[in-house]
Structure formats: structure tokens, C-alpha cells
Design a protein around this ligand. Structure first.
Ligand SMILES: [Zn+2]
Length: 73
């Protein structure tokens, strides 16, 4: 993650509904009873299709992507 979202309509920085297509690889671990737990999930590819502000329902151009400072600061 090198960026975050910001809603320019209401200033929300923390709550969004995101629709994304993700291609992942994971370790699927079944118990003998058939209960599944998914572990070690690795995201190989992710495409964000839409981001909607959870507070004011703004979307599209109202949501801007803000770069996060890198590890260097
Ligand atoms: Zn908003």
C-alpha cells in the first residue's frame, strides 16, 4: 500500500466502500470435518473498480488518492 483515499466532499480519510477485483493465491486448510480456513493469502493482482465514501456516499472524482509517505519519510 503506497496510497490512501480521501473524500474531497466531506474530508473522510478512514471509511470507504471499495469494489475491487483481486487475484490471490492462498493456502486452503480444511479440517477433517470440512471446515475451511484460508491462510497465507497473497495478492497477486488487484484492480480497484469503485470507491465510495462511507460518510457522504460521494464517489468518482470526489475521491482522491493521496500518496503515503514512504519508509524514508
Ligand atoms: Zn465523503
Amino acid at each position: 500500500m503506497t496510497s490512501r483515499y480521501r473524500c474531497t466532499a466531506c474530508g473522510n480519510l478512514t471509511r470507504f466502500d471499495v469494489v475491487a477485483t483481486r487475484r490471490t493465491r492462498a493456502f486452503w486448510h480444511y479440517t477433517v470435518g470440512g471446515e475451511l480456513s484460508v491462510e497465507e493469502e497473497q495478492v497477486l493482482d488487484a484492480v480497484v473498480e469503485s470507491v465510495v465514501c462511507r460518510w457522504c456516499s460521494a464517489s468518482g472524482a470526489a475521491i482522491e488518492e493521496v500518496p503515503l509517505p514512504g519508509p524514508e519519510g
